[in-house]
Ligand binder design. Structure first.
Ligand code: PSU
Ligand code: MN
Length: 309
């Protein structure tokens, strides 16, 4: 597809467009976390707080979604409210879904994979979220591996996350990323964080301790033609981390409920996320909000360093 044809379907908010034109820092944000990752109205409140956090660190937020036949980067408050209110009724959209959602002019919330695609089309290199998808537990039988991992292998956008939830098999997720050549950077940590907990027991490839060093590695990767994404794993702030034993028990219960109900395909992750919120009595939601804010802040600082280079 020629660039001009792509641009026809891409709609940047005026603010995002002017920031990109001037080479100012921009941070992409996903929308499946709004529609499918958190309950209303906390989801909308959080999405707006995350945008404010990005701004407070000197970058422009670009929340990404599919609406009215357009791939949008930069949403209005009303559009975020609309996505949050519709919740599970909007289409969870990954790479394979994009053309269908565009064709039908439906509302699509973008996953990590689809957000990376739209960010890349727009020229945004840094993206902040909560957790990435990965290799699910028992993938040996189910073949359930998130399209997020393949996207990380091919699309040149860096994703700042708090690692991944242990609804996934974190060891196999790291193996998959290694095979596909995706670097996993630990921000001030040697270990892959496990979302609610700061530790997982799995080492990361590289520990880097400043946004400047991360920006340097990203530029070197992309300048040398090594296309593809990077995972920047940023542990949840100590004060908000949840006890590992509690969260392990909740996740086991959520997994066994998903299995006994025969939940499959794209429903799996949203089902597990909602179950965890329910079983933790909202405690997990607070941790989730805090870690996303923390990721937004780091992403904005990296975007600022990248824009300076
Ligand atoms: N993990 C979370 N929160 C989320 C998601 C994953 O802790 O909101 C969402 C993201 O949008 C991610 C998607 O890209 O789920 C992965 O879904 P799947 O496993 O179906 O690829
Ligand atoms: Mn899946």
């Amino acid at each position: 597809m020629k660039k001009t044809e792509t641009q026809e379907y891409l709609e940047l908010s005026p603010e995002v467009e002017s920031a990109l034109r001037d080479g100012r820092p921009v941070v992409a944000l996903e929308s499946t976390i709004i529609s499918h990752g958190m309950p209303y109205p906390k989801n909308v409140e959080t999405a707006l707080q995350v945008e404010a956090q990005v701004r407070s660190k000197g970058a422009i937020p670009a929340t990404i979604a599919i609406m009215n036949g357009k791939l949008k980067a930069g949403l209005t408050t009303d559009e975020i409210e609309f996505l949050g209110k519709k919740g599970l009724a909007v289409i969870k959209s990954s790479r394979r879904d994009i053309p269908f959602v565009l064709a039908k002019k439906e509302t699509g919330a973008t996953t990590v994979a689809a957000t990376m695609i739209v960010a890349h089309l727009a020229g945004i290199r840094i993206f902040a979220t909560g957790g990435i998808g990965g290799v699910h537990r028992f993938a040996q039988e189910t073949f359930d591996i998130s399209a997020d991992l393949e996207e990380l292998a091919r699309t040149s956008v860096a994703v700042v996350c708090a690692g991944a939830k242990s609804i996934l098999d974190l060891g196999l997720t790291l193996e998959y990323l290694e095979t596909r050549g995706v670097p996993v950077i630990g921000y001030k940590t040697k270990e892959l964080p496990a979302f609610y907990c700061r530790e997982s027991g799995f080492p990361v490839d590289y520990q880097l301790d400043t946004p400047e060093e991360i920006a340097q590695v990203l530029s070197l990767k992309w300048q040398t033609g090594l296309e593809g994404g990077v995972v920047i794993a940023n542990p949840i702030p100590e004060a908000y981390a949840l006890p590992k034993a509690d969260i392990d028990r909740i996740i086991e219960q959520a997994l066994s409920e998903a299995r006994s109900r025969g939940i499959k395909g794209k429903e799996t992750t949203p089902f597990l996320l909602a179950k965890i919120v329910e079983l933790s009595g909202g405690k997990s939601l607070e941790a989730n909000i805090q870690l996303v804010l923390n990721n937004a802040s780091l992403a904005a600082q990296i975007a600022a360093k990248l824009a300076d280079r």
